[in-house]
Design a protein around this ligand. Structure first.
Ligand code: SF4
Length: 120
């Protein structure tokens, strides 16, 4: 089979034309580095994504802080993780790197703060 993938590993966003059988990649064209082939293999076997979102903050200079995952999670669990994030509320102050949810849903990824919010 043939399919074009857009590699999301770095900002180059290479368009990769891949030929594959099942989950075995036979050839790739258009990738600027070997990570492109690894990305295509991952997409065929276990597609993963990271999430950036926001969490409510009580008593802070702003009502929200931004958060992200420390590791990519299976693509089909994104909505479950978003729901878990949406149920969180923090108390100011919060600092970059604070862990909001450790090992979210047992997926080997933490939700961490990416914006400092001071207390008012
Ligand atoms: S193939 Fe390499 S250079 Fe191209 S987007 Fe992927 S990681 Fe970046």
């Amino acid at each position: 089979m043939k399919r074009t993938f857009t590699c999301i590993v770095c900002p180059n966003g290479c368009e990769i034309d891949a030929e594959y059988e099942g989950t075995t990649v036979l050839s790739v064209k258009g990738n600027l580095c070997p990570k492109g082939k690894t990305y295509v293999t991952q997409e065929l076997t276990d597609p993963r994504r990271t999430i950036a979102s926001s969490v409510r903050v009580r008593g802070g200079e702003l009502p929200l802080t931004s958060v992200r995952l420390t590791n990519a999670i299976p693509k089909d669990r994104i909505f479950d993780v978003m729901e878990a994030i949406n149920q969180c509320e923090l108390s100011a102050p919060v600092s970059i790197g604070d862990v909001v949810i450790s090992n979210v849903l047992g997926l080997d990824s933490d939700v961490i703060v990416t914006k400092n919010i001071a207390r008012v």
